[in-house]
Design a protein around this ligand. Structure first.
Ligand code: CDP
Ligand code: CDP
Length: 234
């Protein structure tokens, strides 16, 4: 099966987008673009500089003056650079997670980052994950997926991840943070989180990572592209 065309993966926090996107890109030899890492990088810089996050003009000026670069490593991970400084680990800090959707709701910020995302996709076949990839960044992508899972399961995944990295966390707090961020992302005016009309929606609540990747590959190879629950004939 000859594959061609970009792959867009959207969905709420903890749905398993980045894990699946990274593995899929590795298998297909595509470039993986973590668009969320770009919003996180800008948020990290804004916090670092003490910018008032309620000041949209300052945030837009910052976005326009910032160079964000994503580097796919041979190991399949992504290194994140902001103005040539590596901030891969720093963008996962809780303060960044807490504030990122406030930065991401600013239209001028989105305009700038979407432009960069499209540039990255212009010269490569990509798997890109985020919130508005299928609806806005790559509306022409032939393969669009919307991954979801129950709030409980998504919180549990984040919890396990943080515990494994040695960070003390509380499951209820994580659940509330995810709930709040999803609401902000879904309710913003510009390019809110929602499935593209032609996205395949996959509920991963009871699926292992490998099962999700296998499902995506199967759907890509079968050239699906309609809004039916995965597994049902379209
Ligand atoms: O990995 P996680 O689910 O925690 O989120 P992420 O993909 O790193 O994205 C962080 C935040 O960036 C999201 O909650 C959104 O506010 C914003 N984002 C966005 O607005 N549009 C995108 N295409 C990607 C991320
Ligand atoms: O990018 P997104 O926020 O959608 O989620 P992720 O960062 O890919 O996944 C969050 C965590 O859940 C990771 O530690 C994954 O290994 C785990 N995960 C899982 O346990 N089962 C899945 N089907 C997908 C992800």
């Amino acid at each position: 099966n000859k594959l061609h065309g970009n792959i867009a993966i959207d969905g709420p926090a903890g749905a398993g987008k980045s894990t699946a996107a990274r593995l899929l890109a590795q298998k297909l030899g595509y470039l993986y673009i973590d668009s969320g890492a770009m919003y996180r990088a800008l948020t990290w810089k804004a916090l670092h500089q003490g910018i008032d996050l309620a000041d949209e003009r300052q945030l837009v000026a910052l976005a326009e003056a910032t160079t964000i670069r994503l580097e796919n490593t041979a190991a399949g991970t992504v290194k994140v650079y902001c103005d040539n400084e590596e901030i891969t680990a720093a963008i996962r800090q809780e303060t960044v997670s807490h504030h990122v959707s406030t930065v991401a709701r600013v239209p001028g910020v989105r305009r700038r980052l979407v432009e960069l995302q499209r540039q990255m996709a212009a010269s490569n076949r990509v798997v890109m994950d985020g919130r508005d990839i299928g609806t806005n960044v790559l509306p022409e992508a032939p393969y669009k997926f919307f991954l979801t899972a129950s709030l409980e399961e998504r919180a549990r995944r984040r919890y396990q991840e943080l515990i494994a990295s040695g960070r003390p966390v509380d499951l209820e707090t994580i659940k509330e943070e995810i709930r709040r961020r999803d609401a902000q992302d879904s309710q913003r005016e510009v390019d809110p989180l929602q499935p593209a009309p032609d996205a395949v929606i996959i509920d991963t609540t009871n699926m292992k990572v490998e099962e999700v990747v296998a499902k995506l590959l199967e759907l890509i190879q079968a050239h699906h592209g309609v809004n039916t629950p995965a597994g049902e004939p379209s």
